[in-house]
Design a protein around this ligand. Structure first.
Ligand code: ADP
Ligand code: MG
Length: 276
């Protein structure tokens, strides 16, 4: 198959989402949004998504995830590997700002949970599930905390549980909705480093919604700036975004090239906030 004919990992074709159509509260959250993310073998692409509050960032992730509160789109097509999204699936994992772990389950039980459901078509024995879960708990830096409950962990540690819970299922697409917004700055940098490290392992396509311009520029291979009312992608940056894989977040974020890229994206972001 030629590269041009390859099926994209993810594609939006003229996607419009109208909430509460025909009612007083009718609201067009997305209007005619189109993009494609091609499959780069052995390289999951990372897209950072920025935009003013209410511009439809979460709506885009929810449509990809197939959440019934938001999906399907009012018109247009949401395609994952060429197939229309019909609901949630183990090929897509979501990580939210608020810790989405089960409070009454231990770290280990939280991470084995998805595997117990037989997600991703795996048929694993209890022992295999536990082995895999322990491996991911180690990878996210929580070795030794297997038998703790979420309330016994810090915010950053709880977010590590959420990441392990999602990645143990080997999703091809990872949707992250402001995952580090509730964390303090040093913890946030730790999480950015963790995501960089794990990314090689999973080679998934990642869509990361964030308030932090530097986070989007650091983690993203490309960055989208959205504008609101109606929500749409106003700008895409890929040329100015420094390639930062394998690079330490602190070191990168202090470099002049990085600061310049952040300044350029910041200008576009301010314009987007003004755009109506
Ligand atoms: P963002 O994540 O960019 O802050 P959202 O995607 O959550 O924005 O929401 C986009 C717009 O759609 C907002 O104005 C929001 O109020 C509206 N919206 C989101 N979900 C619903 C819903 N279920 N019903 C009605 N309006 C909604
Ligand atoms: Mg949101």
């Amino acid at each position: 198959m030629s590269a041009g004919a390859a099926i994209p990992v993810l594609e939006f074709r003229n996607v419009t989402k109208v909430f509460n159509p025909g009612q007083k509260t009718e609201f067009t959250a997305l209007k005619d949004v189109s993009f494609r993310i091609d499959d780069k073998p052995n390289y999951g692409e990372f897209v950072g998504i920025l935009g003013p509050s209410g511009c439809g960032k979460s709506t885009i992730l929810n449509l990809i995830h197939g959440f019934s509160d938001v999906a399907p789109a009012t018109s247009g097509e949401v395609l994952v590997r060429g197939q229309a999204v019909r609901g949630p699936g183990a090929d897509r994992g979501m990580i939210f700002q608020r810790y989405s772990s089960f409070p009454q389950r231990t770290v280990l039980q939280n991470v084995t949970f998805g595997l117990e459901l037989g997600a991703a078509g795996r048929k694993l024995s209890g022992r295999e599930r536990e082995g895999l879960a322990r491996e991911w708990i180690r990878k996210v830096g929580l070795g030794g905390h297997e038998h703790k409950y979420p309330h016994q962990l810090s915010g950053g540690q709880q977010q590590r549980v959420a990441i392990a819970r999602s990645l143990v299922l080997k999703p091809r697409i990872i949707l992250m909705d402001e995952p580090f917004s509730a964390l303090d700055e040093p913890t946030r940098l730790d999480m950015q480093r963790l995501i960089m490290d794990l990314w090689h392992e999973v080679e998934a396509t990642v869509l990361l919604v964030t308030h932090s311009i530097s986070e989007a520029v650091y983690l993203g291979d490309r960055v989208w700036i959205m504008g609101r009312a109606p929500g749409r992608i106003l700008r895409q940056f890929d040329d100015v975004i420094p390639k930062t894989r394998d690079a330490d977040p602190m070191a990168v974020q202090e470099s002049a090239a990085f600061k310049e890229a952040v300044a350029e994206v910041s200008r576009a972001f301010r314009e987007a906030e003004g755009a109506r």
